[in-house]
Design a protein around this ligand. Structure first.
Ligand SMILES: [Zn+2]
Length: 238
């Protein structure tokens, strides 16, 4: 779904739900934000093609954080499209590059997976170690892609979680810092947010920005501002 002239929201199935990577279109090619779970490569490529774009036009991949439903197709994409530049916040970069264990997919959790899934996961973790260099993105950094975007570091869901803000388009790419549930905007998911107090403090960085549209990786597009919800969720902090 095209939500701005140069912003396309992709939809790929994940279990009984869906996730929403984003494509930013610029003259020099495409920037992909998040990549889906590792067994969704075909679905991701199909979604890009169905949006009328060529996967071979991919120039950059930005990872909003380390969780596997966001970085899952990174190894396959880096292999297929070796000129692509990769970006993440230093708070999650050592995990994404395979040099530190994942925050949520711990060895204990892996041991509970069915054997086939566990093996696939093990292969995926090995592939992370083969990735080319991942470049660092920092809080308040301005980048030209998508017509201009700002990085907002929003730790809590993971240490290196980032949101992307396209100020001119009044568009917030919230990743997992916000969700859409049954059409309503919601905060981070408790069960997947190890440091909720920090995630709530991070929400305050998203408040009072001019925002008309929010894209949540889980739940999709929400037309409106997050300010009221953020006010409610962070009341106890103020
Ligand atoms: Zn997620």
């Amino acid at each position: 779904m095209q939500i701005r002239p140069n912003v396309i929201v992709l939809t790929i199935p994940l279990g009984e739900s869906q996730v929403h990577p984003v494509l930013l279109k610029d003259e020099d090619g495409l920037t992909l934000i998040d990549t889906g779970m590792f067994d969704q490569y075909e679905a991701l490529i199909q979604a890009i093609e169905e949006a009328g774009e060529a996967p071979s036009s991919l120039k950059r991949i930005i990872l909003t954080h380390q969780d596997t439903d966001h970085i899952g197709n990174l190894p396959a994409l880096a292999r297929e499209f070796p000129v692509v530049r990769l970006f993440a916040h230093p708070g999650d970069l050592p995990v994404i590059s395979g040099s530190q264990p994942m925050l949520k997919m711990t060895p204990e959790r892996m041991a509970q997976l069915p054997p086939e899934r566990r093996e696939a996961f093990g292969r995926f973790l090995e592939q992370l170690k083969q990735l080319p260099e991942i470049e660092e993105l920092h809080d308040a950094e301005h980048l030209p892609w998508g017509g201009g975007l700002e990085i907002i570091h929003t730790p809590g869901h993971t240490p290196g979680h980032i949101c992307l803000y396209l100020r001119e388009q009044e568009l917030l790419l919230a990743a997992d810092e916000l969700r859409v549930l049954d059409g309503e905007l919601a905060g981070p998911w408790d069960a997947a947010t190890p440091d909720m107090p920090l995630a709530l403090r991070s929400l305050l960085k998203l408040k009072d920005l001019p925002v008309r549209t929010i894209l949540c990786y889980h739940g999709g597009v929400y037309e409106g501002s997050p300010d009221e919800l953020i006010g409610t969720l962070t009341e106890s902090l103020l």
